[in-house]
Design a protein around this ligand. Structure first.
Ligand code: GLN
Length: 539
């Protein structure tokens, strides 16, 4: 069968859940027996989000193959339950870099390089690559930003051309918009949606489906109105009312019958009946009243929860599995340095320090780690959270608070965390970390070994620094266990404090492999210890 494409554009405003909608629709199609992949097109000039501040962009999501991608890829992987490839995310920066390098190479000798056709051809090549790389039958393509942005024009033009190249019968355009609510008159407005559709039309794209996002119930007349003014089928207007449960989105879309409508549009027939039992259970578990446990997430970008999207989801997946409600206390690590926000840490049943870069707030994280070790509160450290756990113990061993990672102090008396040898020759900052899946051997009987219940695992990485092997012995004597190491034993992947109820740090990022119906073993281990700390019985 010819590859089918579903394109997602955004209208009115951004941040209305276009990525989640695309991800959930991917699940709807997978449930009908199709192999689905999803791709995000980002109109910014950076080559990837790896060099951007999380404040700008939210978390950087890392794939198996080491691609540093947009956080929407996290939604795709979690909802569709698949592992995506680096072809599933590209930016304007990558497109231009490719075209310019070809130009320098002489590939277009004699030609003038232009947006149309050179840039648009490169965009189309990258879109059509997905089916080849992933074997997907249906490819969902989400365009970042909203229609009307200057940056996204070449992308939209490429979609218009692609529709002609692959045949209209193989494409569906879904436009995701927002219905603002006017308090004074107590009504939802469709005018911005109409405007964004006419903007889309002016560049030659007529949407087939309108997903109208709203915080309020959308009345029938309004649906009629959108269908009429935006020239789409009545059935193709999907009123998506905001839900408090993220994982309810596929169920809501199923009820709105968009799955069957899309197949019809693409000339396909469902190969199987969707089975939503697991998802229904998940959603009813979320809604059920459960005992509450508290986790303090001590980080640098806590004002923006999106910066820790996968970490938060992984905590929630494990908590749901254990039948508890988790309250996450978002603690700014630099506040701890000023003696503030400690109540949130003290009242928590577990402390988690996620990944991070740069020195701001690291001392506060170290103080939180010391607190967790000394008071025997469950602790999970991810990447930087593991490195600082090592720094904290080394400071206690040598009674020297100037000990640090060389990332933060090149002149530290004991470089317990140091740049990896192969990083010492790296000059460029973009895409040069140790990235993606690497194997790790587990120590039987350790907390990590018990949590995973196997000998070898593979996890996703994103780091430049590592535990300095010269300090393994001294750390081990002080009670640190190296419960996960690379198969050649050269790199410590997991450290833990022996005899502590649960104090585990990982050099990798387990949060990227947690799925709603399949919580990650380490998060599960951590959350079990958290429940125990809270006095909540779990099976
Ligand atoms: N900054 C640390 C490093 O580069 C930790 C990275 C991370 O937490 N992802 O090794």
């Amino acid at each position: 069968m010819a590859t089918k494409y579903i394109f997602f554009t955004g209208g009115v405003v951004s941040s209305v859940g276009k990525g989640v909608t695309a991800a959930a629709i991917g699940r709807l199609l997978k449930e009908r027996g199709f192999k689905v992949a999803a791709q995000k097109l980002d109109p910014y000039i950076n080559v990837d989000p790896g060099t951007m501040s999380p404040y700008q962009h939210g978390e950087v999501y890392v794939l198996d193959d080491g691609a540093e991608t947009d956080l929407d890829l996290g939604h795709y992987e979690r909802f569709i339950d698949t592992s995506l490839s680096r072809v599933c995310n590209f930016t304007t920066g990558q497109v231009y870099a490719e075209v310019i390098s070809k130009e320098r190479h002489g590939d277009y000798l004699g030609g003038t390089i232009q947006v149309i056709p050179h840039i648009t051809n490169e965009i189309k090549r990258r879109i059509t690559q997905v089916a080849k790389a992933t074997g997907a039958e249906i490819v969902l393509v989400e365009i970042g930003g909203t229609v009307g942005d200057i940056e996204s024009l070449p992308f939209l033009e490429s979609l218009r051309q692609l529709r002609k190249d692959v045949g209209r019968e193989n494409c569906v355009f879904i436009h995701v918009t927002w219905l603002p609510y006017i308090g004074a008159t107590e009504e939802l407005k469709t005018k911005p949606t109409q405007h964004s559709v006419s903007e889309l039309r002016s560049i030659g794209i007529s949407p087939d489906v309108i997903v109208a996002r709203s915080d309020y119930a959308v009345e029938e007349e309004l649906i009629d109105k959108i269908a009429l003014f935006c020239d789409v089928d009545r059935r193709a207007v999907i009123p998506m009312v905001t839900t408090d449960v993220l994982y309810e989105v596929p169920l809501l879309l199923e009820k709105l019958k968009i799955g069957n409508y899309l197949l019809e549009k693409l000339g396909l027939e469902a190969r199987q009946t969707p089975d939503w039992t697991e998802w229904e259970k998940l959603v009813s578990d979320v809604r059920r009243k459960k005992p509450v446990v508290r986790v303090a997430l001590v980080g640098k970008y806590v004002e923006l929860h999106d910066a820790y999207m996968s970490v938060r989801e992984a905590i929630v997946h494990a908590a749901l599995h254990l039948g508890v409600e988790v309250e996450i206390g978002w603690v700014h690590s630099s506040d701890l340095e000023k003696g503030k926000e400690w109540t949130m840490v003290r009242e928590a049943h577990g402390v988690l320090v996620p990944g991070g870069f740069g020195s701001r707030g690291t001392e506060g994280k170290i103080q939180a780690i010391r607190y967790a070790r000394e008071t025997r509160i469950p602790y999970l450290g991810l990447c930087l959270g593991m490195q600082l756990m090592v720094v904290e113990l080394a400071r206690a061993i040598y009674r020297d608070d100037s000990i640090n990672s060389t990332e933060f102090d090149g002149a530290t008396p004991h470089a317990v965390i140091d740049l990896m040898p192969d990083q010492k020759v790296v000059a460029d900052m973009g895409g040069t970390m140790r990235l993606g899946l690497y194997p790790c051997d587990l120590l039987a009987g350790s907390a990590a070994g018990k949590a995973y219940g196997c000998d070898r695992i593979e996890e996703r990485h994103r780091h430049r620094f590592e535990l300095n092997n010269a300090y393994r012995e001294v750390l081990a004597q002080a009670g640190m266990l190296f419960s996960g190491v690379s198969p050649d034993n050269r790199l410590v992947e997991i450290s833990e404090i022996a005899g502590h109820p649960f104090m585990v740090g990982t050099q990798f990022h387990p949060e990227f492999l947690s799925r709603p119906n399949r919580p990650h073993p380490l998060f599960l281990g951590f959350m079990k210890a958290v429940c125990e700390q809270a006095g909540v019985c779990v099976s």
